[in-house]
Design a binder for this molecule. Structure first.
Ligand code: PA5
Length: 419
């Protein structure tokens, strides 16, 4: 069974008219694509660890599984504290694949919003005693994460005394940063963040997979999906077509619209990787997350009739994990609807929207997955990481740095008198 198919027929001028990519533009792109491929091959030699996804045989995967087993055996829940690349991957995996019957419950704290955090801490006595706490920070110095972690740590200490240590897990670069040092001196459970994997490319590393494994997600199957060799070719096409859409046709807003609630948070993850990797040097696409069918009643009006400055990608799920058939009684309101399945409504809605966009000559493509499974979600994650890296190469930007994020971090710390 294939893990993912990318159909780009409606990205071309044959469907999207003047807004679509032409054969001549594509031909001119081919040598650039070859060069981008050579570049990525160079980066895959140790510099960007995510390019070759891990497998069950890798020591780090075994370590993640062993630590997660420990959590599942000793705790009822896992509280993840992290932000940006340090929490979005876990959130996306949890939403698409989490099954409360198979692992511990999971919660994530990212935003140091005082009202939200205060409310969480108010009833900490009820849940924190039997909860493992995972703090994730590659740099070990992110303000929001350290602030929230310090509050939770004090609460846990107050509840458990010295015993609190065995409940704390730390994922960070093993390079002597402040969090790593604290972890060593306090004797917390430490899981290394791979030094050659950046925050937003870490969904398939310990950062995304340890919390996922605690939640009972079969992470070796997620990794297996990511190893699908056909992803590379599909990601190259996606990257080249979106680069052309942006640079040649002015379609610099890139919409991702899955028709599945399970993939809504995956849209947030996509938004970060696309924006933070590619928004550089005065250029870059604006990612926009949408959800089918919800946004048919919200943003699709703009997509269809607004400015032709966007390229769209639908994610269609062929077979949902569960389905529901409508009762015959619905015929009294909508004759003919009785007996149809909700999956048929989702499919018709996606196809109807895609066809309407073709009619309005708006460029779009569709990623189809057979179902939501560990393999297909792993494939989706790897596909978008590859597509991001190829797009960065084609645009000529450094995909893997984030000077804008760092500048904001420094200014914030300056305002707080920390630097
Ligand atoms: O992708 C990135 O590099 C950022 O979004 C980081 O993940 C985010 O700023 C959090 O950084 P850290 O993991 O160092 O706490």
């Amino acid at each position: 069974m294939h893990s993912l198919k990318y159909d780009d027929a409606a990205m071309w001028d044959t469907v999207a008219g003047q807004g679509g990519v032409t054969k001549a533009e594509w031909r001119a792109m081919i040598p650039r694509l070859r060069e981008a491929d050579r570049s990525l091959a160079r980066l895959s030699r140790g510099k960007q660890g995510w390019i070759s996804p891990g497998s069950a045989k890798d020591p780090w995967v075994k370590e993640v599984l062993a630590q997660a087993k420990k959590v599942r055996g000793s705790s009822r829940g896992l509280l993840v504290i992290g932000i940006g690349g340090s929490d979005l991957g876990a959130r996306a995996l949890l939403q698409s694949l989490g099954d409360p019957s198979k692992g511990v419950w999971l919660d994530v704290l990212s935003n140091p919003d005082p009202e939200y955090i205060a409310a969480k801490l108010d009833d900490a006595k009820e849940w924190l005693k039997e909860t493992a706490v995972l703090v994730v920070s590659k740099s070990g110095m992110t303000l929001e994460t350290m602030a929230i972690f310090s509050l939770v740590r004090e609460k846990l200490k107050a509840l458990k005394g010295d015993k609190h240590r065995s409940q704390i897990y730390v994922i960070s670069d093993p390079n002597g940063n402040p969090l790593h040092e604290l972890s060593k001196s306090e004797g917390y459970n430490f899981i290394p963040h791979a030094l050659n994997i950046g925050g937003r490319f870490s969904i398939l590393s310990s950062v995304g997979l340890f919390p996922a494994a605690c939640a009972g997600i079969p992470i070796t199957r997620v990794l297996k999906g990511a190893q699908d060799r056909s992803l590379k070719n599909a990601a190259q096409r996606f990257a080249a077509l979106h680069t052309l859409a942006m640079a040649t046709h002015g379609q610099g807003t890139h919409v991702l619209m899955p028709y599945s609630n399970a993939l809504e948070t995956f849209g947030d993850w996509y938004r970060q990787i696309w924006a933070e990797s590619l928004g550089k040097n005065g250029k870059g696409p604006t990612p926009l997350a949408a959800l089918g069918t919800i946004d048919q009643h919200s943003q699709v009006q703009l997509f269809h009739d607004g400015p032709n400055d966007k390229a769209y990608t639908f994610i269609s799920v062929e077979k949902p994990r569960r389905d529901v058939r409508l009762p015959a009684s619905v015929n009294r309101i909508m004759p003919g609807l009785g007996g149809k399945k909700l999956s048929e409504i989702m499919q018709a809605s996606y196809k109807g929207t895609a066809t309407a966009l073709s009619g309005a000559q708006r460029p779009h493509g569709t990623i189809t997955i057979p179902t939501i499974s560990p393999e297909t979600v792993g494939a989706l994650a790897q596909f978008f990481m590859l597509a991001t890296a190829y797009t960065g190469e084609l645009m000529g930007v450094n995909t893997f740095d984030q000077p804008g994020v760092e500048a904001g971090k420094i200014e914030t710390k300056r305002l707080l008198g920390l630097v």
